[in-house]
Design a protein around this ligand. Sequence first.
Ligand SMILES: [Zn+2]
Length: 98
Amino acid sequence: MKCKKAQKYLTAFVDGELRGRWRRVALKRHLDNCVPCQRMLAIQRQIKHLLQTRVRRVKTPDNLKNNIRRLLHDQFLKGGETHETHKDPSGRSKTQIS
Ligand SMILES: [Zn+2]
């Protein structure tokens, strides 16, 4: 396996998503003998670790949260008007449409 191919597989390998046993074996064999790819693997693992630990700590700004809630609410209401018209016992949706 060449470095170029090995590094292409590294991300998937770090994520545990590299398919095919022979690929993992070939990659590991390559990593055993190739320092640059070992460094690359270490970097990929660091990136993964950083993403997992840092991303969770980022707080969603309140105005963005409100915008998302409003959008979801609007979407829900729109969906409700078309799908729930006949089910709504209050008849509120019917009056809104007509
Ligand atoms: Zn290599």
